[in-house]
Write a protein that binds this ligand. Structure first.
Ligand code: ZN
Length: 462
């Protein structure tokens, strides 16, 4: 290999590595504090169901991010053929009529997940001010649609500021320098400190806050922060708490499609005994974008998620392991330049999942984060038939398996309240306030209050 072709090879390899952001180099993460938890008490999945969720990247108001990002990406990496697609022939808009149909279809089936709103999409404009190419009325209507239709079932994330050029947070304009060192997706974050990243995240979150959208987390665009993951985790914790006062910030950076665990990671936990406990949760996707690609030009198939005979596929594998099964897509791929190919793949996947499984629990990423923070950070001490909790965070549907426990009744006591858990015959019917005797032991499901509480199991009279 001569010098030129070697350089080209290295550049191309670097570009490929950088663009496969989610499975970027896994940096050592700090868990932080962990409390005492009695080995005979097991926190299982909420309501003994498997959490499922859907991550939508690269969405925003009106702007088709693929159309506007492609020329900026191809200028950054002129050798890369995957950035030479005919973007100029694509629609510049993903219309709100599509958002509405998608959102309504999902709401009817209980689908939940995360929907990005890129705050300054590809430098086209600012979702809190003006989107050149659309009237202010159209922008306002688009934001209102997100607030009304999407917010109940979807977390909103910034996907940093532009998903393309890096913004000077002092001026709100892209830096004049060009190249991968000045693109969010690539090398700009290399070597950046927690404070530098937190400044950039704060800038991005503030635009969404101005636009009236709440956030508990962030999504990294492409390779953003791939080499500074511990710093990213801490910057997320700081900036989301600073801008929104969120109790449990989370971030989406990684997805694994091999046999690694995709259980969320609760990181940088501290102050668990005090008034201001904190942690940040890394949410991990379990599929690639096998819907329609990031640009809406790579047709996917439902079979990779779950086959037509419902017997196999990546989602089946993860659900059977009882780990949260979180699919990942890109909004331009769902719209697919108007043919909606990605959306059709998704509809088939959801229908098949609901045919195959009766134990799924659709959750937002913030709900999954809260559950895992409570699961890992709640002190649980057992003395005979009493289990005492000290919970830094409350959690709905907190579900325990108590192997071998003998009990005729189970109650939860917290401050002045004393709730008898209603015994039900079928574990599939578990909801907060119920318990169920199974072959594995008692399952108890309740809304875990913040602070101290006690679960009391009463023995049969001997
Ligand atoms: Zn993205």
């Amino acid at each position: 290999m001569n010098d030129t072709s070697r350089r080209q090879f290295l550049q191309t390899t670097a570009a490929v590595v950088a663009s496969t952001a989610w499975w970027a180099v896994e940096a050592a993460q700090l868990n932080g504090e962990r409390p005492e938890q009695d080995a005979s008490v097991r926190v299982v999945n909420p309501r003994d169901r498997v959490p499922v969720s859907f991550i939508i990247d690269d969405s925003t108001c009106l702007v088709n991010l693929a159309y506007f990002a492609m020329p900026q990406f191809s200028e950054t990496w002129p050798q890369r053929l995957d950035y030479q697609k005919p973007w100029a022939t694509w629609p510049r808009e993903i219309p709100d009529s599509f958002v509405r149909r998608f959102g309504e279809w999902c709401a009817e089936r209980g689908v939940r997940g995360k929907y990005s709103i890129v705050p300054q999409p590809a430098c086209v404009g600012w979702v809190d001010r003006e989107l050149p190419g659309w009237s202010h009325r159209q922008l306002e209507d688009s934001l209102q649609l997100v607030r009304e239709l999407m917010l109940p079932n979807w977390d909103i994330h910034p996907e940093m500021a532009t998903h393309t050029r890096v913004i000077d947070t002092k001026t709100g304009r892209p830096f004049p320098e060009r190249g991968p060192e000045w693109m969010e997706n690539w090398q700009w974050t290399d070597g950046k400190s927690v404070d530098q990243l937190a400044d950039y995240l704060t800038y991005s979150l503030q635009i969404l806050k101005n636009a009236g959208l709440p956030c508990d987390g962030i999504t990294t665009p492409g390779g953003f922060a791939g080499k500074v993951v511990p710093e990213l985790a801490q910057a997320t914790l700081q900036s989301v708490r600073h801008v929104y006062g969120s109790e449990i910030p989370h971030y989406f950076k990684f997805l694994y499609t091999d046999d690694r665990s995709v259980v969320p990671r609760v990181e940088y936990a501290r102050g668990l005994d005090g008034n201001d406990p904190e942690c940040v949760v890394s949410i991990i996707g379990c599929t690639g974008d096998w819907f329609g690609g990031w640009d809406g030009a790579e047709p996917g198939s439902p079979d990779q998620f779950i086959t037509a005979d419902l017997s196999s596929g990546r989602m089946v594998d993860v659900i059977e392991k009882q780990e949260p099964a979180i699919m990942v897509c890109h909004w331009p791929g769902m719209y697919y330049n108007g043919t909606e190919h990605g959306f059709k793949v998704f509809q088939t996947v959801v229908d098949r999942l609901h045919q195959r499984f009766d134990n799924l629990h659709w959750m937002k990423l913030s709900q999954i984060s809260r559950y895992w923070a409570a699961k890992e950070l709640t002190t649980m001490i057992r003395i005979n038939n009493d289990i005492s909790f000290v919970a830094p965070f409350s959690s709905p549907d907190f579900t325990l398996l108590l192997p071998g426990a003998e009990a005729t009744s189970i109650r939860l006591q917290h401050k002045n309240s004393d709730i008898l858990l209603r015994s039900i015959p079928e574990r599939r019917q578990l909801t907060a306030g119920t318990c169920c005797k199974t072959n594995d032991g008692w399952l108890a499901c309740f809304d875990l209050p913040k602070g101290q509480s006690v679960l009391r199991m009463s023995n049969p009279e001997k």
